[in-house]
Design a protein around this ligand. Sequence first.
Ligand SMILES: Nc1ncnc2c1ncn2[C@@H]1O[C@H](COP(=O)(O)OP(=O)(O)OP(=O)(O)O)[C@@H](O)[C@H]1O
Ligand SMILES: [Mg+2]
Length: 372
Amino acid sequence: MKVITIANQKGGCGKTTTAISLAGWLCSQKNKVLLIDLDPQGHASYGVGADPVKIEKSIYNALTSAADKKTAIENIILNIWENLDLAPSNILLSTLEQELRDVDGAVSRLYDTFNSMSRDYDFIIIDCPPSLGFLTFNALRAAHMVVIPVETSRYSLVGISKLMNMIELIALKLRHTPKIKALVTIYDKRTNFSQRIQEETKEYFKDNLLKTPIRINVALKEAASAGIPIDRFNKYSNGAKDYGEVADEILKESRKIHLENFYKEKQAEKPAAREEIVTKTTSKMSDEHIFTFNSPGAKEVYIVGDFNNWSVLAPYKLNRLENGRWQKNVDLKPGKYRYKFVVDGQWVHDPFNKNTETNPFGGIDSVLTITA
Ligand SMILES: Nc1ncnc2c1ncn2[C@@H]1O[C@H](COP(=O)(O)OP(=O)(O)OP(=O)(O)O)[C@@H](O)[C@H]1O
Ligand SMILES: [Mg+2]
């Protein structure tokens, strides 16, 4: 199960269009997809033909604590057609933040809901509201990948840093770093302006920009009005072609995602110890500790922990050895340290270190004690 969140607090930048079009393409390619409408406006629900006004139970009921309204997520899911399910939204969702304001762990409600869900999906796609509040925070926390649609208009990059700050906060507080992918939308290649915004977006996101921009295409608007994803509405439109290419790029990227230690139910299904992780201390005379991680397929590996404020920092990047192992010597004074590895953006604990502690967010940290 891979969770892709579509987020940007800027209104009208193409979040819902992206969420529906991606869900459509992924399910056409025989992936089992759950589309989560996390916007009280209910646009994603309308966009696949469901009417939020007529919906009795929505994603609100799966996330609330109110005993008379709460139900399992399975009970609110609607089947739209083969391989596509919808967790619909309605206006009640806008009351959730107020309701859960003082509830412990409320920022992980959606993540916890996915963890306890009995159904399995290849992809969960979350459409966020145009704000950086509680709902978007929940969606970022639950995501393996965050797709940020950037519309080619004035001020489109203004405010992106706030979204990036929220993602950094999640890394620091919840020890989770989703992969980031920006997507240029509503692109008119005939105008210098569109091209300039695309270049600026490339400069900002560098390798984290998806290659295919989504061109302006009226079929996308028509498909939304008809309540049908673009690949079914008009397969030959530019909108369908562009989103088809984006879906391919995202499929490729999603194959690189490490699932370990994120969603519990998938952990059990995975072959044991695909990544062998070993740590050892050189000698008691030295303060140096060697962290070793075995993963020939990884692109980059960091070590984070109490000793570096849980931050992904260049001096804590492991070096790749010829045999596919990764290694880093870290100076550590005698004491007790909790730590994790960050492997291509995913935070994983050390399965070969039996010494672990549950952290305040419900995850597992590895624990290392260095004696004097
Ligand atoms: N590539 C495109 N070409 C033409 N129209 C588009 C394109 N992408 C989106 N639109 C249209 O722009 C409008 C806004 O798009 P959309 O609803 O996807 O944005 P949003 O970010 O979800 O908005 P909100 O912030 O209100 O949730 C819609 O009318 C949609 O049909
Ligand atoms: Mg929307």
